[in-house]
Structure formats: structure tokens, C-alpha cells
Design a protein around this ligand. Structure first.
Ligand code: FAD
Length: 431
């Protein structure tokens, strides 16, 4: 194929499809290339899809998209070996239009989303790997694929090839990802009858909930676990930074087994049938890991640009928003017939002015702090559980005495100054 396109989008995840869809809707000639058998076949996500950024691309998408459940409750567990301190929010307003967020199964959602792009005119080719960008005089002018005669040309190539973007690396936009910049996460989809899910999670028809779990879910290492409810299945997963996994000599599937058998978790899954096992990297380097995102004839979006806010488990929304911003930059570039880095930098400017980069900047020191200070997950979570157990046990001890014992419990481990310092550093990292 030697046909020339306005845009070639590499990857059909949420970033690539948001970009391809927006470009095609605005009259551009778009080719989207996906290595998987179909969009979603290679994609992994805990499962929370955010309404706002999806709606900005396809208004009222919830009326036709293959969604699982609207999320009406978000729970957080700080879990020890046989206990958990929990908090969260449940709001019935999230269960009615326009809803807040949804659980999805990516294999279904991504196919539907990509089909919307095709309906706008995107030419989608599956089962094709882009092996490299074609560069001429310092400008990306197309891509080489693994198909015979697989060179294809375009004014702009959009790299939406996910977390370990080999193509962005080939262009020198970023280096090899470091083990503390990515989390390795394993997850399973476990089938359970709808009624059992509703009973166990205290939900009604068309209501969903999420549980994020810290502490013993990762054996005290930096990372989190999650349990999300689908219509007739549960997504359960756990991940830590690759560096923590290497340091603690843990394997992702062992950690997932440990979580599934944890006494706080096992009753929620009892009788379920595991139907899918998946493992994937998540870019967690944050603000400082974001590479160069625009060059001559090329832009980088979504996970390929490391756009994930691990603290708020936001990724698909950032992928879609960056895809849309990149599309807008490409559309303007076409109007000016200028595909230079200077022209495409309007995408970078929009990205850095948006809440995506503002949020990543806000948490720019958090990952490093929690990585270098294991006490937050290893020591404070058990201490909080012990404190709550003491506080709520009615054993005749006067409450004032109990309070003293609780404070002593914290300070005897870390020292008064140590606790104050940890609190201050944590506050500073997330303020
Ligand atoms: P991807 O979805 O990874 O898509 C990249 C696509 O490019 C893939 O389809 C791939 O096959 C294709 N591709 C790669 N290389 C090539 C090539 N050379 N040629 C052709 N095609 C190629 N985010 C949330 O918002 N909510 C969550 O609950 C959530 N939970 C998560 C849980 C886990 C376990 C993981 C791993 C991630 C989670 N995320 C979550 C993050 C979210 O999945 C990503 O941020 C999002 O998928 C990024 O979208 P993307 O389009 O940039 O990349």
C-alpha cells in the first residue's frame, strides 16, 4: 500500500481511537493500525471508564456503548492480615443520567469505540504491527509495518501504541522505562451470578462499586489492589512498581493468588469462575516521565506519553483527552499545511494547560516518596488497623487512656518526630 493519508494512528486503545475518531469526524483521511486481532483484544484495564472525557468525544455514549455498571460507590480499604479500615462514598446520584463513571470490559468497549471511528470514515487495519516510523530529513513521513510492501505515508503519525512505546523510543523521545516508573499488574475476570454480586456488594440492579485496597493486598509494598463489579463478573487485580516487585522477589500471579485467598477478599469471590487472566504494565513515572510529545510530523498520546495518574487510577480518560487534543492540533496543522514540530506543539501546549498535566504535576513527588519510604504501606496500615481495633473494643478502659495507648502505638514504632515528619512529607507530596 503506498497510498498517502492525512493521519496514521498507531494503536486502537482509547487514545488512538479518540484521536482517529476526532480527525475523521473533521474530514481528515485517517488510517488506524492495530496489532491485535481486534481493538481491545490486547488491552488491559481494571475497568473504570470516566464519563466526562468519553462524553466529550461521543455525547450520551452510555445510551449505546457496551458498559457494565454505573459506579455508585467507591470504597477504600487499608487492609491488614485479618482486618481492614475502610472509608468511601456512595451516592445514588451517580446511578442516574448523566451518571459519573462506569465499569467496562475493554474487549467489548474498545471494539465499539473503534467502530464509531470506522463509521466516521477511519480505515482500521487489525493484526498489523507498525515496526518503525519512516523518517526523512528529520521529519516523520509514514510508518513501516510487518505486512509485505507495508510502507504507508501520512502528513502526521500519531503514536498511541501504549505504555512501552517502542516507536517513541526509536525516535529518541524517551529512554528505556526504569523499574520505578512502571507498575506490573495482574488481574482476573471472575464470573459470578448477578444476584450474588448485588448481595455481596450491597448493590441493586444497574449499580456498581469499586474497592481500592492498600496494605496487605501488596504484602505491604508500594502498590494497590482493586475489585470492580461488572454485570455478571468481578475484575480483581493487584500491582506494584516493577522495582518493588524485584526488591521483594514477588511474582504478579503469586500476589494475585495471595489477594484472592485473603480472608477479607475470599468471601466476595466464593463460587466464582475465573475466565480471564491478564497482566500488563502501567506507566507510573508521573509528571517527570512524560516524554517529548510532539515532533516533526509526529505526536505521542495516552500511555505512550506516560499519561497516567496512578493515585487516582486515571488513565483511559487521559488517553482519550490527549487523543482529542492531538487531533485538534493535527486539524489546525492541516489548515495551515504545516506539520512541523512548532506547529504540532499546539498539542503540547494544550496538554500542559489541561488538568492532565496539572494533576500529574501536583503529584510529581508522591511516587518517589512512597517508593523510598516503605513505612507508609508496611507500618502505618497495620498501625491504623490496630488503633481502630483498640478504639472500637469496649473493654472497660477509659477512652482517654485508649487514646493515649493509640498515640503511643504510633510513636513507639516511628518516634514522635518520625511520625510528624512522615505526616508532613505525605501531606507535602499530595497537597
Ligand atoms: P492502550 O490501551 O495500551 O492501547 C495501545 C494499543 O496499541 C493496543 O491496542 C496495542 O495492541 C496497540 N499497539 C501497540 N504497539 C503497536 C504497534 N507497534 N503496532 C500496532 N499496534 C500497536 N485506567 C482507567 O482509566 N481506569 C482503570 O480502572 C484502569 N485500570 C487499569 C488496570 C490495569 C491492570 C492496567 C494495566 C491499566 C489500567 N488503567 C486504568 C490504565 C489504562 O488501561 C490505560 O491508561 C489506557 O488503556 C491507555 O490507553 P492507550 O490507548 O494509550 O493505550
Amino acid at each position: 500500500m503506498s497510498e498517502k493519508f492525512d493521519v496514521i494512528v498507531v494503536g486502537a486503545g482509547p487514545a488512538g481511537t479518540a484521536c482517529a475518531y476526532t480527525c475523521a469526524k473533521n474530514g481528515l483521511k485517517v488510517l488506524q493500525i492495530e496489532r491485535g486481532e481486534y481493538p481491545g483484544s490486547k488491552n488491559v484495564m481494571g475497568g473504570v471508564l470516566y464519563r466526562k472525557q468519553t462524553e466529550e468525544i461521543i455525547p450520551e455514549f452510555w445510551k449505546e456503548a457496551p458498559l457494565e455498571r454505573p459506579i455508585i460507590e467507591q470504597r477504600f480499604w487499608m487492609m491488614d492480615k485479618e482486618s481492614t479500615v475502610s472509608f468511601g462514598y456512595k451516592g445514588l446520584e451517580w446511578g442516574v443520567e448523566p451518571y459519573n463513571n462506569f465499569t467496562v470490559l475493554r474487549a467489548h468497549f474498545d471494539q465499539w469505540f473503534a467502530k464509531k471511528g470506522v463509521e466516521e470514515g477511519v480505515l482500521l487495519i487489525n493484526e498489523t504491527v507498525v515496526t518503525e516510523c519512516i523518517v526523512e530529513d528529520g521529519k516523520v513521513i509514514g510508518v513501516r509495518t510487518d505486512r509485505p510492501d507495508g510502507e504507508i505515508f501520512a502528513d502526521v503519525v500519531v503514536l498511541a501504541d501504549g505504555v512501552n512505546s517502542l516507536l517513541a523510543k526509536q525516535l529518541g523521545f524517551h529512554n528505556e522505562l526504569k523499574p520505578d516508573q512502571v507498575a506490573l499488574t495482574a488481574m482476573e475476570v471472575i464470573n459470578l451470578p448477578k444476584d450474588k454480586i448485588n448481595d455481596r456488594f450491597n448493590l441493586q440492579e444497574n449499580q456498581g462499586c469499586t474497592i481500592e485496597i492498600f496494605g496487605d493486598s501488596t504484602k505491604g509494598n508500594l502498590g494497590t489492589a482493586f475489585i470492580y463489579t461488572n454485570k455478571e463478573s468481578i475484575n480483581i487485580g493487584v500491582g506494584t512498581t516493577l522495582s518493588s516487585m524485584i526488591k521483594a522477589k514477588m511474582k504478579p500471579y503469586e500476589l494475585l493468588d495471595y489477594l484472592k485467598n485473603h480472608p477479607m477478599v475470599a468471601p466476595l469471590l466464593a463460587g466464582g469462575e475465573s475466565t480471564e487472566y491478564l497482566a500488563h504494565l502501567i506507566p507510573e513515572g508521573g509528571f517527570r516521565a512524560v516524554p517529548k510529545v510532539a515532533g516533526n510530523g509526529v505526536v505521542v498520546i495516552g500511555d505512550a506519553a506516560q499519561l497516567v495518574n496512578a493515585i487516582h487510577r486515571e488513565g483511559s480518560n487521559m488517553a482519550m483527552a490527549s487523543g482529542k487534543m492531538a487531533a485538534e492540533a493535527v486539524i489546525h496543522a492541516k489548515e495551515r499545511n504545516d506539520y512541523s514540530e512548532t506547529s504540532l506543539n499546539s498539542y503540547r501546549e494544550a496538554l500542559y494547560a489541561s488538568s492532565i498535566m496539572k494533576d500529574l504535576e501536583k503529584y510529581k513527588d508522591a511516587a518517589h516518596l512512597f517508593e523510598s519510604s516503605p513505612q507508609y504501606f508496611k507500618e502505618y496500615v497495620p498501625m491504623m488497623n490496630q488503633a481502630m481495633s483498640k478504639f472500637f473494643t469496649v473493654d472497660g478502659t477509659p477512652k482517654k487512656e485508649k487514646q493515649k495507648q493509640i498515640i503511643k502505638g504510633f510513636t513507639s514504632e516511628r518516634g514522635t518526630f518520625g511520625v510528624m515528619k512522615d505526616l508532613y512529607r505525605a501531606w507535602k507530596a499530595v497537597k
